[in-house]
Design a protein around this ligand. Structure first.
Ligand code: NAD
Length: 354
């Protein structure tokens, strides 16, 4: 069963790591090394079954391959999961042992932060391996990825509005922003500076208060956000925002925002297309944070924010290309994004073979 899965999705390597003395159970998945080291965060999660953990690490590492490829990075996709309960089982010894397993991969896998792993945890892991990036607060770190993600989303939105409204200026456009967390907070700065009209929502009153205080935006309830009369709907909260229940309620011509896994199912992407809505595939538009951290890698010569943000702004060009191709091929944008990402990986593999 496992080989069937990793063969059909073309995984290079999957490692099961254990040390019962320190209570470590971890899986490291290296989806692709064609473009460069397999890179992706380590998630610490209390999975209800081992199958669930395996499913998660495979899904996430493949997603990282596509995201890095489409963003033009010379990175492959990887991911690690440590199976455990944060409150009870996470110890420095366990993290050290995990670091030793990462070290054995000799840089073919680079780890970073994900759900359940803090900057301090990464520091523990780093005691055993150099192949760690994104330790916020450390010298040479690229810091909080949210501003870079927001910068990329802003440029991705410009490509989408050019397509839908024949202008990449957001001035005067009505934007419904679902979720006013970290990325949205930075995104608002660009949207308001451009003269867009933003209507936001959040389930957290503090997030609402912060956005209203700084930007004076209009607020609706989280339930009402789908019914707002708007030009662009920006999912910036949790996954699955676009589903059978919500799509029909949207009045926008563009869906573009930072949230991961926005489509509840791939079929929804086809329905978005049939409704004539321009959809920015999530991993294409939210790659800014990943691009930012890429410039932290030693072979890039030390973190350079200007260079990183310049690369992030290229999301506008990539998105334009993607939207044009989707129109030509009469395919949903999420399908075209996968194809473009796969093509770059396949090209790199052919070059290696020749
Ligand atoms: P965040 O946790 O800071 O913000 C999310 C906000 O959404 C929170 O304020 C939360 O209260 C709100 N929210 C949750 N459910 C909601 C609902 N039903 N209706 C309205 N608001 C709701 O997260 P973030 O870092 O801003 O990331 C936002 C999204 O972008 C997430 O899906 C994340 O995975 C994705 N993303 C973030 C980054 C990054 O650099 N932070 C990078 C890539 C993708």
């Amino acid at each position: 069963m496992i080989f069937q899965k990793i063969q059909s999705d073309k995984f290079e390597q999957v490692l099961f790591c254990q040390d019962s003395q320190v209570g470590l159970k971890a899986i490291i998945a290296l989806h692709s090394l064609a473009l460069g080291p397999a890179t992706g965060g380590c998630r610490f999660w209390n999975y209800s079954t081992e199958e669930e953990a395996l499913h998660d690490v495979l899904r996430l590492s493949k997603g990282m391959s596509y995201k890095a490829s489409l963003a033009g990075l010379n990175w492959g996709g990887g991911k690690a999961v440590i199976l455990g309960d944060t409150q009870k089982t996470k110890t420095p010894e366990m993290l050290h042992r995990f670091g030793e397993f990462v070290e054995r991969l000799k840089g073919h896998y680079i780890t970073a932060k994900d759900v359940g792993i803090s900057a301090d945890d990464l520091r523990e892991i780093k005691k055993k391996t150099q192949h760690v990036l994104g330790i916020e607060g450390d010298a040479g770190s690229s810091g909080d990825p949210s501003p870079a993600t927001a910068w990329g989303v802003f440029f991705g939105m410009r490509a989408c509005t050019q397509f839908a409204f024949q202008t990449n200026r957001l001035k005067g456009l009505k934007i419904a922003l679902q979720g006013l967390g970290s990325v949205s907070y930075y995104l608002l700065e660009h949207l308001i500076a451009e003269g867009a009209e933003v209507i936001g929502c959040d389930i957290d009153p503090l997030a609402v208060e912060r956005a209203v205080k700084k930007y004076g935006i209009e607020i609706v309830s989280s339930e009402r956000i789908y019914d707002v009369d708007c030009d662009l709907f920006a999912p910036a909260a949790l996954g699955g925002a676009i589903n059978q229940d919500t799509l029909g309620r949207l009045k926008c011509k563009v869906i573009a925002g930072p949230a991961n896994n926005q489509l509840e199912s791939p079929e929804i992407g086809y329905e978005i297309m049939s409704r004539g809505i321009v959809y920015a595939p999530d991993y294409a538009i939210n790659a800014g944070g990943l691009i930012n951290i890429y410039y932290e890698e030693p072979r890039q010569g030390g973190f350079n924010r200007v260079q990183a943000l310049e690369h992030v702004s290229q999301i506008e060009k990539t998105m334009t290309h993607l939207l044009e191709r989707a129109r030509e091929d009469q395919l949903p944008t999420h399908v075209v994004a996968d194809r473009m990402a796969e093509e770059r990986i396949q090209k790199a593999l052919r070059t290696q073979l020749s």
